[in-house]
Design a protein around this ligand. Structure first.
Ligand SMILES: Nc1ncnc2c1ncn2[C@@H]1O[C@H](COP(=O)(O)OP(=O)(O)OP(=O)(O)O)[C@@H](O)[C@H]1O
Ligand SMILES: [Mg+2]
Length: 260
């Protein structure tokens, strides 16, 4: 049986303080957040003769470094919206711009590189590769990158980020040896390891108990804030609402702002 760690006592986070830069690894400096713009974004899904209209004419602008929470009932389109922003899916109408670049106008290759180098995606179900160790999972986006890593990304990002999420000692474990909270922290480390300017997180605490979820949110929030990374997080966690800059809600295919 794998040893289980409880979330760190006292909620202490081993992250860098704001503005601090790791001399050892040269981690990306704060202020690297990127702008997200959606204009008239519409997305429907066809199932046989049925058309399900999920997103209707959405407009959204997220400033670099802003931290946003995305609320909405199950089936309201949160995952659909995050996938569109990540370029994993394309809108039927409207535009998605990442840092001023129209995602639809990019080639498949350019979109892949944009995702790999500029966007970190934390999936609800972790999506760790079971046959790779924790460290290999974290460095996977970089290993996939033919260029050998984005600018400013340290040579051994997995060590740096696993320390940040308190899992340095589990680098050689396989994911199935880890608790849900630990796997989620690995997924966060992986999302941050390529030095993204935007982190999209799809209910990152959906599978975790309250206490563990709180620790994971603390980590994610602290890590993105310290680096000025833009964050859009689908969550039901009330914990996060008070700490985000903005709270958005999807309802009936439209996007509303609960608090700006
Ligand atoms: N590929 C698809 N084909 C058909 N319908 C789809 C597809 N993807 C999503 N949908 C539908 O779009 C709607 C929105 O789905 P989505 O996964 O975005 O919701 P969600 O807000 O993320 O829900 P949850 O909180 O349960 O994760 C749902 O009704 C879903 O069935
Ligand atoms: Mg979803």
């Amino acid at each position: 049986m794998a040893p289980r760690e409880s979330p760190r006592a006292g909620g202490a986070r081993p992250g860098l303080s704001p503005g601090e830069k790791s001399a050892e690894t040269g981690s990306p400096e704060p202020g690297a957040g990127i702008r997200v713009e959606l204009k008239g974004v519409t997305r429907s899904f066809h199932e046989g003769a049925l058309v399900r209209s999920v997103l209707r004419d959405l407009d959204l602008e997220i400033e670099p470094g802003q931290s946003c929470v995305l609320l909405g009932r199950s089936g309201s389109g949160k995952t659909t919206l995050l996938n569109l922003i990540a370029g994993l899916d394309a809108p039927d109408a409207g535009r998605v711009r990442i840092d001023g670049r129209d995602v639809a106008a990019l080639s498949e290759r350019e979109r892949t590189l944009l995702r790999r180098r500029r966007i970190g995606f934390v999936f609800q179900s972790y999506n760790l590769i079971p046959t790779l160790t924790v460290a290999e999972n974290v460095r996977l986006p970089r290993d996939l990158d033919a260029r050998g890593g984005a600018a400013g990304v340290p040579d051994a990002p997995e060590r740096f980020w696993l320390e940040r999420v308190g899992l340095a000692d589990r680098a050689d474990s396989f994911p199935d040896r880890l608790s849900g909270g630990e796997q989620q922290r690995v997924a966060i480390a992986r999302a941050l390891a390529s030095g993204p300017g935007l982190v999209l997180a799809d209910e990152p605490t959906g599978n975790l108990d309250l206490e563990t979820g709180r620790g994971v949110l603390d980590e994610l929030q602290g890590l993105v804030r310290d680096r000025g990374i833009t964050l859009l997080m689908a969550t039901h966690s009330r914990e996060m609402l008070g700490r985000a800059d903005r709270v958005l809600e999807l309802r009936g295919g439209r996007l509303g702002e609960i608090r700006a």
